[in-house]
Design a protein. Structure first.
Length: 422
């Protein structure tokens, strides 16, 4: 029998690989000064549907109120809020905002949080899209400066390096720059949400497709003409992440303070990494979450054509709970995508072996040998010798074991002959 659609079982080798990746992510984030927290898998329905989760709110799994009979359910069928009072979290940002509002008095002025946990969305299952998946988030609350974004980017690039995925870059934009750009072109305020949705398709349908869709939407013709001319300008892809390069990638009229913030971000990341910042300014980066208020970014790697993570500044969210604005910015590593990239990673550096023993070997002897190997840092499994030794060794290799040894009645820890599997 299969698990529910969009959810998965993990065999031992898969689970072990996932835990190894999680351990690396956790260790590197902690090394950068972040502290791990845990929040409940459920939040109140009203909080999950307060307009902070963007389109993800539509994908929320709701939990039926306890004690409702059939008549009550029929009477409330037109009002989901009357049917449910709780829901499964669809991301880790909304729970973090609630967590901070609840525990603020016990937290430092600038709080650096790690969350690594499953979330649930009622996605239409397909390759790469699941209804249950793990998110790995880091967030900084209480720091409005470019240093906060730089810390997130530096820590996340460090994670990629530690996993053997060197060469990562971060694509960067600012929602304020996007808003200013649309203002320069002349798009009306009520048109802009739809315009951003179309711009976000640029990688899929190209400049001509974006312009055609904007015209089909009936958006302001002069604004579309101005935007089309901007798309046809000479390429600025080779420009650096500095004031001149960012200005070259933007139309005239973008406020200096936005460019200055981005330049400060690049300088800080470069200083932290001791080299040129691996940042690329992308004026068309949108990111769909409606709660972003400033810098937005995505983690890219040359081995794949999709992002390996992303995030941005969401200064307005926590104020919804506290009644006062608190600066906040977060970065989410694409755990499931990274695990897929590393599925063939070499694990030969870990010591793991199977002890294949005869039936007549005393249990006490087996346990003494196993205890000595475990104390020496090995992972050890006991297996009684079967008729089909080849099948046992193949299964052990598939489970992530790297070597084996046979144990007879006279065997000791010093007499074991350890052989590689495979």
């Amino acid at each position: 029998m299969n698990p529910p659609r969009g959810m998965r079982d993990f065999l031992p080798a898969d689970k072990a690989r996932r835990e190894r990746v999680l351990a690396v992510i956790r260790e590197r984030y902690r090394a950068h000064g972040f502290d791990e927290i845990e929040t409940p898998v459920m939040e109140e329905y009203s909080r999950l549907h307060a307009g902070m989760g963007g389109d993800n709110e539509k994908l929320s799994f709701s939990i039926l109120k306890r004690g409702m009979d059939a008549e009550a359910i029929r009477g409330a069928a037109e009002d989901p809020a009357a049917l449910a009072d709780l829901g499964l979290r669809y991301d880790l940002t909304v729970p973090l905002a609630r967590f901070y509002a609840t525990n603020r008095a016990q937290l430092p002025t600038v709080f650096r949080a790690i969350q690594m946990a499953p979330v649930w969305r009622a996605e239409r299952p397909q390759k790469g899209r699941y209804r249950q998946f793990v998110q790995c988030d880091i967030d900084i609350i209480g720091d409005a400066s470019a240093r906060a974004e730089a810390e997130l980017m530096t820590a996340s690039l460090d994670v990629l390096d530690a996993l053997g995925l060197e060469g990562g870059i971060v694509r960067v934009n600012d929602r304020r720059a996007l808003d200013a750009m649309l203002d320069v072109f002349g798009f009306a305020a009520d048109e802009r949400p739809g315009v951003l949705i179309t711009i976000d398709k640029l990688d899929k349908i190209g400049p001509s497709g974006v312009v055609a869709e904007l015209r089909e939407r009936g958006t302001t013709p002069d604004a579309v003409d101005a935007f089309a001319a901007y798309l046809d300008r000479p390429s600025a892809d080779d420009a650096g992440f500095d004031a001149a390069g960012i200005r070259a990638a933007l139309p005239a009229g973008i406020p200096d303070e936005i460019v200055d913030h981005l330049v400060a971000l690049g300088d800080t990341v470069a200083a932290a990494r001791g080299a040129e910042a691996p940042l690329r300014f992308d004026p068309f980066l949108v990111r769909g979450m409606g709660y972003y208020t400033g810098t937005i970014f995505e983690l890219a790697h040359p081995s794949v054509d999709y992002s390996l993570g992303g995030g941005g500044r969401y200064d307005g969210m926590i104020g919804r709970f506290l009644g006062q604005d608190v600066p906040a910015v977060g970065f989410s590593i694409g755990f499931e995508r990274i695990v897929d990239l590393l599925q063939d990673a070499d694990d030969s550096g870990s010591r793991s072996l199977v002890l294949v023993h005869d039936r007549d070997v005393p249990l006490a002897q087996l346990l003494r040998i196993k205890a000595a190997l475990v104390a020496d840092g090995a992972r050890v499994r006991l297996e009684q010798r079967p008729k089909n030794m080849k099948a046992l060794l193949e299964r052990s290799s598939a489970d992530g074991y790297t070597s084996f040894a046979t144990v007879g009645a006279d065997s000791t820890i010093d007499s074991l002959e350890i052989k590689p599997l495979g």
